[in-house]
Design a binder for this molecule. Structure first.
Ligand SMILES: NC(=O)c1ccc[n+]([C@@H]2O[C@H](COP(=O)([O-])OP(=O)(O)OC[C@H]3O[C@@H](n4cnc5c(N)ncnc54)[C@H](OP(=O)(O)O)[C@@H]3O)[C@@H](O)[C@H]2O)c1
Length: 329
């Protein structure tokens, strides 16, 4: 199914004008969204937990943060921008009772709603505005006069105007300058969780490490292995982003292109594709999210072990040396 890509021309900005927005959390997305909204003329309050590590940053940016319940209580639109695994307890035990009757609650990722970890009050609108990129990119694009692509969806439409609110919110983030795609919480959540594990954040770094190990084990200098397997990823990503995969091939040498053809299907084998399907199945049957929530409840042992493994990989020492050299230039 192909959906139209919407832009600022399709948005009725009055759906957000004059409506106080509470941004709950001031991290990766929270900071960028709060700043973009404010620069778009939206009345924004930042809500933080007591003793928040982000309070100083929010104050430096000119906000006067309130306790989360106070921020939620004064808002028509409450956007939850704390980690996904934190949202259910925070909403169900604290914020649900504070939100105004008929308010809108919003998410940048659909996990807590899609898996039923939050069951919102019937009087609320529930929207998703998921910018496709990290907060730094959302902010930098906005400042440059462009925007990030965003997905929007509605899970509950008590007012009959939830879609207009979602589009106006995405517009105020600057996403209408780039393109807004309407979808469902199910599609956004499952595709995003699949991609994180099966394509981008899980697989590409592991491919880089495996390529680096292969060269270093064969006696190549770690610096050569680093340049070949890591730094060129940026060039590749930029080319694919600008020209597509087929277009990227037109921008590399015949040797590189012939090598790409020779390597095709040797690493991403039928077995790897079958594993991708298993990853998607575990996302769709909820078993991945059950493991995520269990790890969070236990104090993140699996997440901490994975961070430690990544930090200990030999490519990190070379990367740190190279970054230090670059910063001296
Ligand atoms: N990161 C991305 O690139 C990205 C992209 C698209 C969508 N999203 C989605 O955006 C949402 C927010 O993600 P994020 O990466 O922006 O989160 P994040 O940076 O990890 O969020 C940090 C904020 O959450 C607060 N926080 C953490 N644990 C808390 C707790 N137990 N109780 C109260 N506050 C707590 C932190 O408090 P302190 O101020 O005390 O540190 C901080 O203000 C998620 O739904 C995520 O899936 C993220």
């Amino acid at each position: 199914m192909t959906n139209p890509i919407l832009t600022d021309a399709d948005i009725d900005t009055s759906a957000i004008r004059g409506k106080p927005v509470a941004i709950i959390g001031y991290g990766n997305q929270g900071r960028a969204q709060a700043l973009n909204l404010r620069d778009s003329g939206v009345d924004v309050t930042v809500g933080l937990r007591s003793g928040s590590a982000s309070e100083a940053a929010a104050r430096t940016d000119g906000f006067e943060p309130l306790p989360m319940t106070e921020a939620a209580a004064r808002a028509d639109i409450v956007i939850l921008l704390v980690p996904d695994e934190v949202q259910p307890e925070l909403w169900n035990e604290t914020l649900s009772g504070a939100a105004r009757k008929g308010a809108t609650i919003g998410f940048a990722h659909g996990l807590a709603i899609h898996y039923g970890l939050i069951e919102p009050r019937a009087d609320l609108d529930v929207i998703l505005v998921a910018p496709k990129g990290p907060g730094k990119a959302l902010r930098a694009d906005y400042e440059r006069g462009s925007g990030l692509i965003s997905l929007v969806a509605v899970a509950q439409d008590a007012s009959g105007t939830a879609r207009a609110t979602a589009l106006a919110y995405a517009g105020a983030l600057g996403c209408g300058r780039a393109g807004i795609l309407e979808t469902s919480f199910q599609q956004e959540t499952e595709a995003d969780l699949f991609n994180e594990q099966g394509v981008l954040w899980g697989v590409i770094p592991e491919l880089i490490e495996a390529g680096f190990d292969t060269l270093v084990d064969a006696g190549f200098a770690p610096e050569i292995a680093y340049f070949e397997c890591l730094t060129e990823v940026k060039l590749l990503a930029d080319l694919i982003y600008e020209r597509g995969i087929a277009g990227m091939r037109g921008a590399i040498s015949n040797t590189a292109e012939f090598g790409a053809a020779e390597g095709s299907g040797r690493i991403v084998t039928a077995e790897a594709r079958a594993e991708m399907k298993r990853i998607l199945a575990e996302v769709q049957d909820g078993s991945f999210v059950r493991r995520l929530m269990a790890d969070a409840r236990a104090g993140y042992p699996a997440l901490r072990a994975s961070r430690a493994r990544a930090a200990a990989h030999p490519v990190e020492a070379v990367a740190a040396r190279m970054r230090a050299l670059k910063s001296k230039r």
